[in-house]
Structure formats: C-alpha cells, structure tokens
Design a protein around this ligand. Structure first.
Ligand SMILES: O=C(O)CCC(=O)C(=O)O
Length: 171
C-alpha cells in the first residue's frame, strides 16, 4: 500500500514572466500541509496530509528564468520548531516567521532544469520564488503530494522523509 494519494491534477501553476518589477510574492516559506479548524494553514511534526513538496517544470528553466530558490538542508531546521505543536502542529505564518531565520545559514540552490524535470522535495524545505530576469515565461506546477497517514517517527525503519525529521530533532 502506498503512503500517499496518487495525484489526479497538478494544482497551482505559479507562472512567471520576465519583468523589471518586483514580484511581491518571493518571500522564503515552507508550504502549509493541512487546514486547521478556522481554515488556517498549518504544519505538524508528522507532516499531516503532506508527503512531499513537488516542483514540476513545464518550461526550460535556466538561472535567469526565475528558478525556485531552495535553502539546501533547511528541512532539518524545521522539525524542532514543530516539536512542541504535537498533532495540531503550528499555524503556517507563525511557523514561517521562525523557520526563515532558523534556516538563514543554509546555502541556496536553484531549481533549474528542462521541461519535464520534477523535483521531489522534503515537505519542510524552505524555498522562495524570485524575479524573472530571462526572456521567456517560466511554467511550473507546485502541487502537494497528499499523505494517507502521518509520518511514523517510531518505526524501526523510518521512511527517508521521517528519517530527516528525526535527524532534525537530534541536531
Ligand atoms: O514560483 C516559485 O518559484 C515558487 C512558488 C512558491 O513557492 C509558491 O507558490 O508557494
């Protein structure tokens, strides 16, 4: 049995166009994984409802074509921020306000590639958009991979995503 729900669509497409204006939506963040009682976005240590962050490239994306910026290793900085939240986790904005400074020391990589490339990322990865300085629009889809169950952090053989959460807690 798979631990995730097969996707039937590709969710939101943050399409970016060459422009000299600031995009206004290029802040560092993690993705929320589930909705709380008031409909607010939340995340929890066992990553309720979200198995992965995924980036699907639908155009060639070079360094000037607004590749998503990724803080390499930042998924290890987030578990400790979620530990006290238990199964209800933390509200997305408040968590981001802590996760962004906590991951500031991480090196940045760019999600460049060619049409058809897919990045499968840890759900706690801190990432950000950036201005488009190239010549052709960038097409990308960023759907969540929904999880059927919460991460099992007690398992003798934790999944790679759960192992990273445990490693983050140990640091
Ligand atoms: O456009 C991008 O490169 C990233 C978009 C993003 O992170 C988002 O929409 O949450």
């Amino acid at each position: 049995m798979t631990a995730w729900v097969p996707r039937v669509g590709l969710g939101t497409f943050p399409v970016r166009f060459p422009s000299s204006s600031e995009p206004g939506d290029d802040g560092w963040h993690v993705e929320a994984s589930f909705a709380g009682p008031q409909g607010e976005g939340r995340l929890s240590l066992r990553s309720r409802e979200r198995a992965l962050l995924m980036l699907f490239l639908f155009s060639d994306v070079g360094p000037d074509d607004a590749p998503t910026r990724i803080r390499v290793g930042s998924h290890l900085d987030v578990p400790r921020l979620l530990e006290s939240g238990g199964e209800e986790g933390r509200e997305w904005m408040s968590l981001c306000q802590d996760a962004v400074p906590a991951s500031e020391h991480r090196p940045v990589a760019l999600a460049t590639g060619v049409l058809g490339d897919v990045y499968l990322c840890h759900p706690f990865l801190v990432h950000a958009a950036q201005p488009h300085r190239g010549r052709t629009p960038r097409f990308m889809a960023q759907p969540p991979l929904h999880a059927k169950q919460h991460l099992d952090l007690q398992d003798d053989q934790p999944t790679p995503v759960a192992r990273a959460v445990l490693n983050g807690l140990r640091r």
